[in-house]
Design a protein around this ligand. Sequence first.
Ligand code: ZN
Ligand code: ZN
Length: 210
Amino acid sequence: MESAGTPLQVDAKGAWLKRGGGAVLLFTAAGLGYLAATFGFAAGMGAFIAGIAGLSLLGASFSFAGTGPCPSCGATLVDVPRDLPGYPCPGCGEYAIVRGACLHRTPPEHVASSSTYAIAVSPEQAPLFGGMCVSCGAPATTTVARQMRKTVVGAPGVGRVVRTWPLPLPVCAAHAQLDSLGNPRGVTSSQGTLLVSSYAAWRAAHARRA
Ligand SMILES: [Zn+2]
Ligand SMILES: [Zn+2]
């Protein structure tokens, strides 16, 4: 098992900023609501929108957001939720496990319960996974091709150009069995970012040593 983690400090300042912003929006909503009686629909709509925004900001302020040191490099991580399978450190790039408001170092061989570790991929270059299964990190015995999609151009008038390409993913025999969505277990992708569940395979793709 892993060692006891580092407790997160509650980001009280951030929470109060959100609470202040929420209160301002609610105050605006009340004012617009009052104007709506005189000026009609537009002010009424404004009051409704400001009210909804204010309430959601207030709600966010009461959800947990903590601050603590990256277990790998010590850089300060901010806005960390109470529980998360992987929180990427902007300093060193390693992922921290957040459990019960404590930060834990991700063991090099860790396998997350869902797709967690992000790898940017392009049509020109397939990542190398060190011969490891992207789902579990065991020696890969075969590959499955994942169809990647990425919107390359979205400029007005040009239209959207979507590139698709097959990305070979190394998998062990067990994870060559695809799930109902056609994925190996713990593998998803979105817009040229591949998410895998094997931390060892992710580390290999980024050429990190244990
Ligand atoms: Zn770090
Ligand atoms: Zn596997």
